[in-house]
Ligand binder design. Structure first.
Ligand code: ADP
Length: 416
């Protein structure tokens, strides 16, 4: 008889055989005899046992509960997390339905976990379930995966991983509560600013009315000195009045406030610049407009709101420019947008401050900014106005002392 007729293949699983990288054969009596590269069967079983123990130790070390259930939902095996969660010992829970282990006092028909396992078994598809478990008093994330062998369903077995997500959920909950509290605080702040602004507006309007009457000699003639004092009062009251108007506008502005009309931007800009020329000259600043002609397309925008933006940008450019410098206003168009740039040679803005200057009440720290006055509301309002026009407003500056350029881009058409 040929030797191959006396040899039979072992019944070891194929993956194990291929994992060991050798064919195992031994004689018909099943004796531990012959293996192609000289390993004995005992050695192989030792290795298998060691691999099994290592895997068990790895699974036991996991914080998640990992288990395998049969087609009736009964536990075939589980890692030791089940003991750490005080649900029983790994030996005791064998053959007990998983939902009994987790939810011992739950009525079968009401048990969410049982329904989930049944559905997963029916559909033979991976599934997950998040529960706020009243029995364990934990948030659980349960993931189920039908077990397949060589692509085929393995007797309805399902591998289940249960993760305790209580900490994450509680962190999420407290973050949500903080957000709600923050929103309420912001709302309260907004309301307070609005109320205070409204309260201030009325007496200020009255003060401005009287200063105008006095300045115009309507209440009797004034000396030159008195007129000068009245002028200071009028200027300061007007500044306060403008600030309050801007505060009220920034709180209430949204797209619905925009009243667009077709505007010829070159003409609009020329008018704005003319109104700033005297002030610029007084500060030794040359104000120059570049670009835009008769042919420039009409743009749909709210001219009153745009005036706020340009007044803010031009006012700042002049305010932060040195004597005998130039502020250029450029206008040009591209296929979809029109662009305005206000370019100054002033104190510049350090890169780390550039993203904050559009926030309400933000002013770059520094004596020059403080000296120049203002409360840091102008750019926040300008940003809101431009956004309400579906446009963009941003700044570029190479840093302190290197001038700043503020850009406004507006779409050529506005949907209203
Ligand atoms: P403010 O009323 O204080 O001018 P803004 O919102 O208009 O408020 O501006 C916010 C801050 O941005 C200013 O206080 C200043 O620090 C900075 N800033 C704005 N424009 C310029 C500019 N052209 N050059 C340098 N800094 C500027």
């Amino acid at each position: 008889m040929h030797i191959s007729d006396r040899l039979i293949k072992t019944s070891l699983p194929e993956p194990l055989l291929s994992g060991l990288g050798q064919s195992i054969v031994y004689d018909a009596q099943g004796k531990d005899r012959e293996i192609s590269n000289g390993l004995s069967m005992n050695k192989i079983f030792e290795q298998v046992e060691q691999a099994k123990q290592e895997w068990e130790a790895t699974l036991d070390a996991l914080p998640q509960m990992v288990c395998l259930i049969d087609e009736d939902g009964r536990l075939l095996r589980a890692n030791r997390t089940i003991e750490r969660w005080r649900l029983g010992s790994v030996t005791e829970i064998k053959s007990v339905p998983l939902h009994h282990v987790l939810h011992p006092i739950c009525r079968e028909e009401d048990c969410e976990l049982r329904r989930f396992i049944l559905a997963c078994q029916d559909e033979q598809q991976p599934a997950s379930l998040e529960i706020d478990d009243p029995y364990l008093r934990r948030f659980l994330l349960i993931k189920a995966q039908p077990v397949r062998r060589r692509g085929l369903v393995d007797g309805g077995k399902i591998a289940i991983i249960i993760q305790d997500t209580t900490q994450e959920k509680e962190a999420e909950k407290s973050l949500h509560q903080t957000n709600v509290a923050l929103e309420q605080a912001l709302e309260a702040k907004k309301e307070m600013i609005q109320n205070v602004s409204h309260e201030l507006r009325t007496p200020l309007t009255i003060i401005l009315g009287y200063t105008t009457l006095l300045a115009d000699d309507d209440l009797g003639p004034l000396t030159a000195e008195q007129k000068e004092a009245i002028q200071v009062l009028t200027d300061q009251s007007q500044q306060l009045h403008d600030m309050i108007e801007r505060l009220l506008l920034v709180q209430s502005l949204d797209e619905s406030r925009v009243q667009p009309m077709a505007c010829h931007l070159p003409a609009l800009l020329q008018r704005f610049l003319l109104s700033w020329q005297a002030h610029a000259r007084q500060k030794g600043v040359h104000l120059i407009l570049d670009g835009g002609d008769e042919e420039f397309p009409l743009v749909s925008l709210d001219p009153t709101l745009l005036e706020h933006v340009l007044n803010n940008l031009l006012g700042n450019a002049i305010k932060f420019s040195p004597f005998d410098s130039t502020v250029n206003v450029r206008l040009w168009k591209t296929a979809q947008e029109v662009h305005i740039a206000v370019i100054d040679q002033g104190i510049g803005i350090a890169p780390e401050n550039q993203k904050y200057i559009f926030e309400r009440f933000y002013q770059v720290d520094g004596s020059q900014t403080r000296k120049a006055g203002g409360v840091g509301i102008g750019l926040a309002l300008s940003q809101k106005i431009i956004q309400a026009h579906a446009g963009r407003l941003w700044v570029e500056s190479l840093g302190e002392g290197k001038g700043s350029t503020f850009y406004v881009s507006l779409p050529l058409t506005i949907d209203t």
